[in-house]
Write a protein of this length. Structure first.
Length: 201
């Protein structure tokens, strides 16, 4: 697989929602970052500081230029980075595929969608508001429901527990597999393959 490319215009932006800094690196809210970093490692890519508030790596997969992005804004301001990335590369919203944690999907499952609302996820709400549309794809990584009486924010800002890491790692591998199919084939093919495998339509 050729993972080197000139600074040509990417066909896809894989945009992982999360919070920068070591404090958040292993939390449920950074599940999208963990999955993107698994893909970057697989492609032997290192994300570097971009001209705006994000880090990026540009790779070529099956003839498609793919930009991997981690915003340096915090989760609730993800839209500012998403908008800046698309403006910098002169890309439409549908070229951006957002990766993020989702409380409505069981832990261990993932789901690709062509579009949709924020469903209470403030990072996604920020992206939708900044782009002015819900019509962009996303890969939702399940973190399950809140297993205790408390706030959702407390739960997603906790680190994965030790016994959860094997499942989290497996999800990151499947997410990387799914993103490779998106890049090498197309979104619908990846949806049919990975949503069906999870028993999700």
């Amino acid at each position: 697989m050729d993972v080197s490319v000139e600074r040509s215009r990417p066909q896809w932006v894989f945009f992982a929602l999360g919070n920068p800094g070591a404090r958040y690196a292993r939390t449920r809210h950074n599940f999208g970052w963990l999955a993107l970093e698994r893909l970057a490692s697989r492609w032997r890519q290192r994300l570097v500081r971009a001209p705006g508030p994000w880090e990026e790596a540009l790779a070529e997969v099956a003839g498609a230029a793919v930009l991997l992005v981690e915003p340096l804004t915090y989760m609730n301001r993800s839209g500012a980075a998403a908008c800046a990335v698309l403006e910098h590369w002169n890309l439409p919203p549908e070229a951006l595929l957002a990766l993020y944690d989702d409380l409505d999907i069981p832990f261990g499952a993932l789901r690709l969608r062509k579009q949709g609302g924020a469903a209470g996820h403030r990072g996604m709400l920020s992206v939708i508001e900044a782009l002015g549309t819900q019509r962009f794809p996303r890969l939702r990584l399940g973190v399950g429901g809140i297993p205790f009486a408390g706030e959702a924010a407390d739960f997603v800002l906790e680190e994965f527990r030790g016994e959860e890491w094997p499942t989290a790692e497996a999800v990151c591998e499947r997410a990387a597999d799914a993103l490779e199919v998106v890049a090498g084939r197309d979104l619908v093919t990846a949806m049919n393959q990975f949503n069906a495998a999870a028993g999700i339509d």
